[in-house]
Design a protein around this ligand. Structure first.
Ligand code: NDP
Length: 275
C-alpha cells in the first residue's frame, strides 16, 4: 500500500474516518469491529474529533484501540470555539481522556474561527512540548488561510480537506501548494459520504473493468495523488475490507480520462468547499 510521511512518521495512505461513529448502540459492535479489521490489516491512521457526537466518536475509538495504542496513528481535532491557547490545552486533555490515551499523534484545528492563529499555535506547541501531541495541523484551510498560518509558524504537518471526484477544486492550487510546503493532505469524505457519487455510471463502468466496486474506484482515484492520505469512514468490517482492497487498485490512463470527462478538473480558482 502507498504511504505518506507526516512530520517524520510514515503511515499507510489509507486511514479510517469516524464521523457519525458511536452514535447508535445498535451499530456499536460493528463499528468497533470495522476499526479493528483495519488495524489487523495494517492500517494505522484513525481520524476523529471532539465535535463528532460531542465526544462519542472519541470514546468509541478509545474502546476500539484499547490495548493496541502502539499500532495507531491517532488524529483528533479541536473546535475553533476551543482554540485559544488555554482552550486548546483543556480540549486536548478532554479528548485524551475520552480516547483513553496520554497522547495523540496529530492534533488539528477543525476549521478556522475567530481566535488568532498565533494563540492556537502557541497552544499546540505547548501540547507538543508536554508530549500530549506529536504534531499539529489544520482542517478546511484554503490557500489564503495557509498563507496566514505560514506567517505564524512553518510547522503545520497536515491540512484535512474535502477531496473527492465531486470536489476537485483544490487541484487548481491548494494540493500543490501544500505538497510543496511539506503539508500532507488528508482527504475527507472521499466516497462522497456513500451518496450519489457511488451510483455514477462512470464509476460503474470502471469498476466492472477492474472486477471492483464503485467505492473502490472512488477511493483509488483519490489515492492516485502523492502526499495524499484518504480517510473514508467504514461502519462495517465488509466496507473496511473493500476499502483496503480499493486502496490497492491501480488506475489506468483510460480510467483517469473517463473520470476527467465525467467529473471535470478545475480550470480556475474555486473556493474550498467544506461539509
Ligand atoms: P465518506 O466519504 O468516508 O463516506 C462514508 C459513507 O460511505 C458511509 O455511509 C459508509 O457506510 C459508506 N462506505 C464506506 N465504505 C464503503 C464501501 N467500501 N462501499 C460502499 N459504501 C461505503 O464520508 P465521511 O464524511 O464519513 O468522511 C470520512 C471521514 O472524514 C469522516 O468520518 C471524518 O473522520 C472525516 N471528516 C472530516 C471533516 C472535517 O471537516 N475535517 C468533515 C467530514 C468528514 P457504512 O458506515 O455503512 O460503512
Amino acid at each position: 500500500m502507498k504511504t505518506v510521511t507526516i512530520a517524520g512518521t510514515t503511515v499507510p495512505a489509507l486511514g479510517m474516518g469516524t464521523w457519525n461513529i458511536g452514535d447508535s448502540s445498535a451499530k456499536r459492535a460493528a463499528e468497533i469491529e470495522a476499526l479493528r479489521v483495519g488495524l489487523d490489516a495494517g492500517l494505522t491512521v484513525i481520524d476523529t474529533a471532539e465535535m463528532y457526537g460531542s465526544g462519542r466518536s472519541e470514546k468509541l475509538v478509545g474502546e476500539a484501540i484499547a490495548g493496541r495504542r502502539d499500532e495507531v496513528y491517532l488524529v483528533t481535532k479541536v473546535l475553533p470555539s476551543n482554540a485559544s491557547t488555554s482552550g486548546v490545552q483543556r480540549a486536548c486533555e478532554a479528548s485524551l481522556k475520552r480516547l483513553g490515551t496520554d497522547h495523540v499523534d496529530l492534533y488539528l484545528l477543525h476549521w478556522s474561527g475567530g481566535v488568532p492563529l498565533s494563540d492556537t499555535v502557541e497552544g499546540f506547541e505547548r501540547l507538543r512540548d508536554q508530549g500530549k501531541i506529536g504534531a499539529w495541523g489544520v482542517s478546511n484551510f484554503d490557500v489564503d488561510d495557509m498563507e496566514n498560518l505560514e506567517s505564524v509558524s512553518p510547522d503545520c504537518a497536515a491540512n484535512q480537506i474535502l477531496y473527492s471526484l465531486e470536489y476537485r477544486g483544490t487541484e487548481f492550487d491548494l494540493l500543490e501548494r501544500d505538497r510543496e510546503a511539506g503539508v500532507v493532505t488528508m482527504a475527507y469524505s472521499p466516497l462522497g459520504q456513500g451518496g450519489d457519487l457511488l451510483q455514477h455510471p462512470a464509476l460503474a463502468t470502471i469498476a466492472k473493468r477492474h472486477g471492483a466496486k464503485p467505492a473502490q474506484v472512488a477511493l483509488a482515484w483519490v489515492l492516485r495523488q502523492d502526499n495524499m492520505l484518504a480517510i473514508p469512514k467504514a461502519g462495517t468490517a465488509a466496507h473496511q475490507r473493500d476499502n483496503i482492497e480499493g486502496a490497492k487498485l491501480q488506475m489506468t490512463g483510460e480510467d483517469l480520462a473517463e473520470l476527467d470527462a465525467a467529473f471535470a478538473p478545475p480550470k480556475r480558482k474555486r473556493h474550498l468547499a467544506m461539509l
